[in-house]
Write a protein that binds this ligand. Structure first.
Ligand code: LFR
Length: 491
């Protein structure tokens, strides 16, 4: 039976998922899972790109050893990060991690040269200090030898796909997250690149999700002893793939892709590039099949992951289920943080940062892991309500509930508290959203599924969706008012 392979790389782990489609039912099997450990070298934080490529190869080897015939593959990952190829086609240096500090303060410097309003009008992309545009500008300011030698700019999945196929192609959904792509022009914004002093030749042809972009190169098939198979471009930005996999019935739906980040918004046919969208710092990321994601980044479970890492460093190890259980026993709705405060962006002592935030805002800081985790999860749920309301305002749509996809939905308490906070049902599933969206686009490309709506129906029929009805709504309504005041989100 024909299987296809989706590689989905997240900020803390990656996986190779096999997919089979029989009688309009999807079956998946996790072939390979591996850690993704960023590496700090002196002052710089990098992705371990060669290790990641090694793990992709292990996926192919495991398929071979299990006697699985793989007929195509595709890769998706987080956005914005990139590597450069030099004249010989070799990777120059090690790609930086978007949480590296080299972009601190860069946004404001660039706005002195190019006004924010101009950048937003061209790209429709929200301002996040780590967007590729700011990373590139930081390299330019530092007179980086990498940038001087660079001949091609490839984003993380582009780069890994290049290692596999030898083809240098930029994929559309990820390209939009650079904040250098102009959806009105349907290509890289040459004028913007010119203003930044970046050569247009760095940026290559842009492939759409579903396009075949080569096949495994002979040196790789020989090394692994496998046959060459087609490699597709899919929605290579993981959030793009996650939204493909939202099992929505209604064409007008709200989603939350819940993992290291929480990405909340709605799918639109045209980017919403208005003054109000810029003021609210919403984005219009490119999606599969001519769609855009009107959404906002919310810091997400990163804050919890970092707390756990900090406690582990101090010799106290807790599993995620343990932490969630402990939080359930702590006092409800006692202290709040604004998850998107700059305090929480970089790796470090997150419990300490939460304490700082509470002191700054005149709150009693939560004490101990249970109370801290409760504060994080409840603050996230309340921030979801805030962003959901703004999504309704900007899109002019009304949502009957919220689709949650991604690994974060395994945290049932977060799903329930999200339903309580928004006062609407949460429909949770599938957990492997990005990998399933990746598979779906490959099946559409090979003609096995007709289009994205058929894919969503098949996904709905193949994976369970858990329903969380809102509870304790009065208590959460009162808490929402306090949350808005404490976080200064609304005066
Ligand atoms: C989620 C994600 C977000 C992007 C962030 C950084 O994994 O791709 O969409 O803003 O990572 O790339």
């Amino acid at each position: 039976m024909a299987s296809i392979l989706a590689y989905d790389l997240g900020a803390s782990s990656g996986r190779a998922l096999l997919g089979r489609l029989t009688d309009n039912r999807i079956e998946t099997e996790e072939l390979h899972r591996f850690g993704n450990d960023p590496v700090q070298v002196a002052d710089r934080l990098h992705w371990d790109i060669l290790r990641l490529y090694h793990e992709l190869k292990q996926g192919l080897l495991k398929a071979k050893h299990q006697g699985v015939e793989v007929s195509s593959l595709a890769i998706d990952s987080w956005a914005v990060d990139f590597g450069f190829l030099g004249a010989s086609g070799e990777l120059l240096g090690n790609p930086y991690h978007y949480r590296d500090r080299h972009t601190d303060g860069i946004m404001e410097k660039l706005f002195a040269d190019i006004p924010a309003a101009d950048i937003f009008a061209r790209t429709g992309i929200q301002f996040l200090s780590f967007n590729s545009i700011f990373q590139l500008y930081a390299l330019k300011q530092a007179n980086s030898p990498l940038l001087r030698e660079a001949k091609r700019f490839l984003m993380i999945p582009d780069l890994l796909r290049y290692f596999m196929t030898g083809e240098q192609v930029n994929e559309f959904t990820n390209a939009t997250t650079t904040q250098l792509y102009n959806p009105k022009l349907g290509g890289w914004d040459g004028e913007l690149l010119g203003k930044l002093g970046l050569s247009e030749s760095l940026f290559g042809p842009v492939a759409q999700p579903g396009q075949a972009v080569g096949s495994l190169r002979p040196s790789l098939t020989e090394e692994l002893g496998v046959r060459s198979i087609p490699v597709y471009a899919v929605a290579e930005h993981d959030t793009g793939s996650a939204v493909v996999a939202v099992p929505a019935l209604d064409r007008s739906f709200a989603y939350l892709s819940c993992g290291t980040w929480s990405l909340m918004g709605t799918e639109v046919e045209q980017p919403v590039i208005s003054e109000r969208a810029r003021e609210l710092n919403f984005t219009n990321e490119g999606g599969a099949y001519g769609t855009f994601r009107l959404l906002k980044n919310i810091m997400g479970l990163w804050i919890l992951n970092e707390c756990r890492r900090e406690w582990e460093r101090a010799g106290q190890s807790y599993s995620f289920p343990e932490l969630v259980q402990m939080s359930n026993r702590a006092d409800p709705l006692a202290a709040f943080i604004e998850p998107d405060d700059d305090l929480f962006l970089h790796p470090g002592d997150m419990p300490g940062q939460i304490r700082k935030y509470c002191e700054r805002t005149g709150q009693r800081a939560p004490e101990g892991p249970g109370a801290i985790v409760r504060c994080i999860l409840e603050s996230l749920a309340l921030k979801y309500r805030y962003v959901l309301e703004l999504t309704e305002e900007l899109s002019g749509k009304r949502f009957g509930g919220l689709h949650m996809v991604g690994g974060g939905i395994q945290n049932k308490l977060l799903c329930q508290w999200s339903a309580n906070a928004i006062g609407k049902p949460v429909w949770a599933g599938p957990a492997e959203g990005s990998a399933i969206g990746n598979l779906a686009v490959q099946w559409i490309a090979s003609g096995e599924l007709a289009d994205i709506w058929e894919a969503r129906k098949v996904i709905r029929d193949s994976f369970p969706v858990d329903v969380y009805e809102p509870a304790d709504t009065e208590m959460w309504q009162e808490a929402y008012g306090r949350f808005l005041t404490v976080t200064s989100l609304r005066a």
